[in-house]
Design a protein around this ligand. Structure first.
Ligand code: PNS
Length: 165
């Protein structure tokens, strides 16, 4: 069995920063599973199915990347998938603090699952899903921050939201 890494996140929506991390991780691990967290208490901007669809579209060129969703503990999901690695992107010292805490707690719960914290490339350190959503909602240009399919989906979602009001 080859090496399997889980790349977990909300991916609401997937950004070029996420894409950079998964492209690089896919060159190191035999399989990378991008796993969308299912939070029944939080609707999010895009529903789970659309987040997954967008992830499938933007990773279509990466043959060893799969898209899935999970609920519950990340380490339980990793064990279920037979994964020994969790991959995360680090943009800033603030990310670092939170990710170190999660990596240590996950290690406490599942010592056989290692967390690999990958440094985001300088071009993407300022990109987050929440700011992408906010900039788009306020009419700013996000075309350099997300893939074209994500841009189109955000624009149609915002249009539908405006029409609902
Ligand atoms: O994209 P996000 O929202 O920063 O991703 C956060 C995520 C999904 C990676 C994190 O919340 C997580 O791992 N949730 C699963 C629940 C869990 O295992 N919690 C204990 C963490 S120590």
């Amino acid at each position: 069995m080859g090496s399997i890494a889980i790349y977990p996140g909300s991916f609401d929506p997937v950004t070029n920063g996420h894409l950079d991390i998964v492209e690089r991780a896919s060159r190191v691990f035999d399989r990378v599973i991008m796993a969308v967290i299912v939070n029944p208490n939080k609707a999010g901007f895009f529903p789970l199915t659309e987040r997954r669809q967008l992830l499938c579209q933007v990773t279509a060129h990466l043959t060893n990347v799969e898209i899935d969703a999970f609920s519950g503990l990340l380490v339980d999901y990793a064990r279920q998938q037979g994964a020994r690695a969790v991959v995360k992107g680090l943009r800033s010292p603030a990310d670092c603090e939170a990710e170190l805490q999660m990596a240590r707690l996950n290690h406490m719960m599942a010592p056989e699952v290692e967390t690999f914290l990958m440094a985001s490339q300088p071009g993407w350190v300022h990109v987050s899903s929440s700011f992408v959503r906010e900039i788009a909602r306020l009419g700013g240009d996000i075309s350099s921050l997300v893939a074209p399919s994500v841009l189109t989906s955000i624009q149609s979602k915002l249009k539908a939201m405006r029409e609902e009001k």
